[in-house]
Design a protein around this ligand. Structure first.
Ligand SMILES: [Zn+2]
Length: 141
């Protein structure tokens, strides 16, 4: 038996730290650098808790969510935390749903304000159409 068969992964990086009951070291490469174990012997990371307070990271200075850009910033932060594994997909789904409801409420508020002012959307468009200037009489050449 040559040296390459006993250590097939020695040139690919560190080997797993797991030892069998007979005292043989696992030959597989390390995939979890924190624990030093291979994919077979590394323990799965605990699922992120849904009750951890992430308000400082997720909300920060965005506390009113008055504008769509605030919700956009929140969703971007949420995406980062989900991809890092700090927020469970379930919790992220709930938070994304709530932000969607906030966006819908913004539109509802706008409609209420328009209704209270007695002006509907068509009236707003008609009011904002540029009008011809009729102060000067047309020049005849
Ligand atoms: Zn291993």
């Amino acid at each position: 038996m040559n040296d390459q068969t006993t250590k097939p992964t020695s040139t690919k990086g560190p080997r797993c730290l797991h030892y069998t009951d007979r005292g043989r070291r696992c030959q597989l490469p390390v995939v979890d650098t924190r624990s030093g174990f291979c994919f077979r012997h590394a323990k799965p990371l605990p699922a992120p808790s849904d009750s951890v307070d992430l308000s400082a990271e997720l909300i920060g200075e965005l506390y009113e969510f008055e504008f769509a850009v605030d919700i956009n910033k929140f969703l971007a932060k949420l995406l980062v935390l989900v991809t890092k594994g700090r927020v469970s997909p379930r919790r992220a789904s709930v938070l994304a749903y709530i932000t969607n409801q906030l966006l819908h409420s913004h539109r509802a508020i706008d409609r209420e304000i328009d209704a209270q002012s007695g002006e509907d959307a068509v009236a707003q468009v008609l009011r904002n159409i540029p009008r011809p200037i009729r102060d000067e009489p047309p020049k005849v050449s």
